[in-house]
Ligand binder design. Structure first.
Ligand SMILES: C[S@@+](CC[C@H](N)C(=O)[O-])C[C@H]1O[C@@H](n2cnc3c(N)ncnc32)[C@H](O)[C@@H]1O
Length: 291
């Protein structure tokens, strides 16, 4: 499957998911977006581009960080995501936010336009190497900041999918791999983790310096994802990009797998009646050279 088809697959998946995306009550994209903004070290008055902004998990914290004198432009391939992000900005009275439909693979802005380019749980979907990352450096002024966050791929090399709790990893991995192969959407990025530029801190550093960035910082942190039941975890995954995996499983088998996942996770309830599953998230930042 080629790049254009992958983008179309993503477009359809996220358009369809937008209404319930990140609305399950489980804290996931919000804390990652807030942490990414903190990690990006944005300053008041900065001009920021948020690529693959979704419903605004990083967009809104970035707008708070740059203040009313700054600006944050969000772009996303999904019209539906952009619609919800625009509504969210209006509700929060963030006049410094502007969102539009645009591909993150071909951002159409003048060279040197931004102080910072960020992307939370988005860029990793379509970036494969220096050539895909270089356009973001070109959008930055000299010394500008690039920062991104993603579920960590470091564990994928050990056969552990970052988002799957250990207790269901082996059960779900074959379905994830089957889905990746069928969609082709995540081809080299996910199904072939060893050649993924996010596979190790060293490959990240090499890719970013290859794209002309300097001062690369890579940090893996665990995000504790807390759910009240196994069923809530299943429902949560359905409101994210993992919906693609579920939808590729035939209905009867899907119900059985969901039931088994839910039962296994319920066995992890602590004395407060909640289940905590740590998800490794990788935060990456780098700078455009000063001259
Ligand atoms: C997992 S969501 C993350 C959204 C948001 N940044 C957040 O943290 O909640 C990935 C987002 O990337 C967008 N996306 C996928 N492929 C894209 C592309 N080629 N260009 C721009 N956006 C894209 C999707 O529509 C979706 O909103």
């Amino acid at each position: 499957m080629g790049n254009a088809e992958n983008a179309e697959e993503m477009h359809r998946l996220f358009d369809k998911t937008a209404k319930i995306y990140d609305q399950s009550g489980v804290e996931f994209f919000g804390p990652i977006g807030r942490r990414l903004v903190e990690f990006s070290e944005l300053s008041a008055g900065h001009s920021v581009l948020d690529i693959g902004c979704g419903r605004g998990a990083a967009l809104f914290p970035a707008a708070e960080a740059v203040g009313a004198d700054g600006e944050v432009i969000g772009i996303d391939i999904s019209e539906e995501m952009v619609k919800y992000a625009a509504e969210g900005a209006q509700e929060r009275e963030l006049g410094q936010v502007d969102v539009s439909v645009m591909s993150g693979q071909a951002p159409d802005f003048p060279v040197g336009r931004f102080d910072a380019v960020i992307g939370s749980c988005s860029l990793f979907i379509w970036t494969n190497g220096p050539d895909d990352v270089r356009p973001y450096r070109e959008l930055l002024r000299p010394g500008g900041r690039f920062a991104t966050a993603a579920p960590s791929f470091f564990s994928t090399l050990r056969g552990k999918w970052a988002l799957f709790p250990e207790i269901v990893n082996e059960l779900l991995m074959p379905y994830m791999l089957q889905s990746l192969k069928q969609s082709g959407a995540y081809d080299s990025q996910f199904a072939n983790a060893g050649s993924n530029w996010l596979a190790t801190p060293e490959s990240i550093e090499k890719t970013l310096t290859g794209a002309g960035f300097v001062d690369v910082v890579v940090q893996e942190e665990e995000l504790p994802v807390v759910v009240e039941s196994g069923q809530q975890w299943v429902d949560f995954t359905y409101t994210t990009g993992m919906r693609g995996m579920w939808e590729r499983i035939e209905e009867k088998e899907r119900q059985e797998v969901m039931g088994e996942v839910s039962r296994r996770l319920d066995s992890l309830k602590d004395e407060n009646g909640v289940i905590t599953t740590p998800v490794p998230i990788v935060y990456v930042r780098a700078q455009a050279p000063k001259v």
